[in-house]
Ligand binder design. Structure first.
Ligand code: 5GP
Length: 218
């Protein structure tokens, strides 16, 4: 079996990454989710260990010191980071592992894991982004302003990504289907399937030796 894809998904706050990823899980059973660590305050709908591993600053800094964090950033005043154990434990058995990261984390992961696939999820326009961010009602005004400021910086970094997927209103299922199509074709790349050459050569050797043992001289 070829290895699953390490799939990095980014997009400004309010793009709808959460909804699209929830759709991905509805449409395919071949995805796992890397649960990041963060020091931000949990939202009412957040579940520790499911959405994030919520930590104090001290706990997070200890994880950095012990090398248990593969990449981390300070985003709008809080630490966010990918835990080594999440990648080691979940990126196996052919599963595609989703890392939902802001742009700096995404580019750092690309340096460490060049075979990963990076997808930028883009909202249709700034107005829609702002409306979605305000509409979800999970951030105070100060946090909304910080996130909107960051949005422009993030969209400029889109040029560094492998793919872009649009997420217009009410089209989450379509965006998820497009991501699955990208992952499926990435999995067909020859560089990810070189083991098939060996398997074919081995099957040839096996076939030859079986034929020999079946021949009347034996
Ligand atoms: P939120 O507070 O809305 O859950 O996340 C804020 C931003 O942090 C989002 O863009 C999200 O993708 C990003 N993020 C979440 N986990 C990580 C992580 O482990 N590393 C990095 N670099 N960004 C993350």
């Amino acid at each position: 079996m070829n290895q699953g894809i390490l799939l990095v998904i980014s997009g400004p706050a309010g793009t709808g990454k959460g909804s699209v990823i929830a759709e991905l899980f509805k449409q395919s059973s071949e995805f796992a989710y890397s649960v990041s660590a963060t020091t931000r305050t949990p939202r009412p709908t957040d579940i520790d260990g499911v959405n994030y591993h919520f930590m104090t600053r001290e706990e997070f800094e200890r994880q950095i010191e012990t090398g248990d964090v593969v990449e981390y950033v300070n985003y709008c005043g809080n630490y966010y980071g990918t835990l080594r154990r999440e990648i080691e434990e979940k990126h196996r058995n052919g599963m595609n592992l989703i890392l939902e990261l802001e742009v700096h984390g995404a580019l750092n992961i690309k340096k460490k894991y060049p075979d990963c696939v990076t997808i930028f999820l883009l909202p249709p326009d700034y107005e829609t982004l702002e409306a979605r961010l305000r509409g979800r009602g999970t951030e105070c005004e100060e946090a909304i302003c910080k996130r909107l400021e960051r949005a422009l910086e993030e969209v400029r970094c889109m040029s560094e990504y492998d793919y872009v997927v649009m997420n217009p209103d009410g089209k989450c299922a379509q965006a998820a289907a497009e991501i699955i199509a990208i992952v499926n074709s990435e999995r067909k790349r020859v560089k990810r399937n070189l083991y098939l050459i060996d398997e074919f050569i081995k099957s040839h050797a096996k076939h030859k030796s079986e034929k020999k043992s079946d021949s009347p001289q034996n």
